[in-house]
Design a protein around this ligand. Structure first.
Ligand code: GO6
Length: 311
């Protein structure tokens, strides 16, 4: 297939750096925005320079300079945004809308992937405060994209393994618990867990795929659709050690929310929707497309193997 010219905005972030690598690996002509605002962030700059060594082209631009964004966008056919939507929310919304405006004005972009890569915000209309802000803002960006008639693909990545698998979905830790594990309810609600590199591989697969135009692509391979108990069982098999399991009711899980700090409130709400309501799996992927069906050639990491890195 012909090379596609892609611009990644947010290329040094947790998912963005993997998107850049996937673009290069899939043979695309890869541009990465180097924001003036980077200042003295030497880690980000050196990451960008390492992408250049691997064949990416760095494009200077600034969100304070609209024309620089339009010029950057004019270089490419596809724009992928991976600017964090979790850590700097309302600021992020402003940046996403500026980017949409630059894409609209440039007028040449054949596909835009906005920064989504989580749950489907269109299905989170009844989400709890304050965590719902992230979904509401993604819907505002979607509306701007659709009003501007920019061809899009919305990528639903479900749970990143780094946040949800290594820790057996325990909150406030990224490492496996040693003795005791908290199970949400009966622990049998299914979620979907993904290796972050596979999220990037699937996302980049969509950029020149006509089946993904103006579609939501849900990355939900059946083999990665697992309950919290499944994850715990896998870890117990890997370690040969049984963990003490403690079920927590939805009510008890939500109770600390009112006194918690904002980031934790957001986390509690999100975990509640995933592990009690089953919001990632309580629907069939019908009008949307499922990524592992579209791209059966991708060898997706299974969570049993993902967990091995924590041994
Ligand atoms: C991940 C997290 C992990 C929060 C989504 C608090 C948006 C999504 C699956 O930033 O709040 O401990 O879909 O104590 O659409 C954070 C959020 C996870 C990571 C959830 C997320 C997932 C955001 C925590 C914690 C491990």
């Amino acid at each position: 297939m012909a090379k596609t010219k892609v611009l990644v905005v947010g290329g040094t972030g947790y998912i963005g750096k993997r998107i850049v690598k996937a673009c290069l690996a899939q043979g695309h002509e890869t541009y990465v925005l180097l924001r003036k605002e980077i200042g003295l962030d030497i880690d980000k700059l050196q990451m960008l320079l390492s992408f250049k060594m691997e064949g990416a082209r760095l494009v200077e631009g600034s969100f304070e300079d609209h024309q620089s964004l339009v010029e950057a966008v004019k270089l490419v056919d596809v724009v992928i945004s991976t600017m964090s939507g979790v850590h700097f929310r309302s600021h992020n919304l402003l940046l996403q809308l500026k980017l949409v405006e630059a894409i609209r004005e440039a007028g040449n972009v054949k596909r835009f992937l906005p920064s989504e890569f989580g749950m489907d915000p269109a299905k989170m209309g009844n989400a709890l405060e304050p965590g719902r802000v992230t979904f509401d803002e993604k819907m505002i960006v979607r509306k701007a994209i659709e009003d501007a008639q920019i061809p899009f693909t919305y990528v639903i990545a479900n749970c990143f393994g780094g946040y949800f698998v290594g820790n057996l979905s325990q909150m406030a830790s990224l490492l496996p618990p040693k003795e005791d594990v908290v199970l949400y309810g009966d622990g049998n609600v299914k979620a979907c867990f993904m290796d972050e590199d596979d999220v990037a591989t699937y996302a980049v697969k969509t950029i020149d795929d006509p089946r993904a135009v103006n579609k939501t692509i849900n990355i939900r391979p059946p083999e990665n659709t697992l309950s919290q108990r499944d994850l715990v069982q896998m870890w117990e098999k890997l370690t040969g050690k049984e963990l003490n399991k403690h079920s927590i009711s939805a009510e008890d899980f939500l109770a600390p929310m009112k006194d918690a700090e904002l980031a934790h409130q957001v986390g509690i709400g999100h975990f509640y929707h995933i592990f009690y309501e089953g919001c990632l799996t309580n629907f069939e992927v019908k009008d949307d497309e499922e990524a592992s069906k579209l791209y059966p050639e991708v060898e997706c990491t299974r969570m049993y193997d993902y967990l091995k890195r924590y041994l």
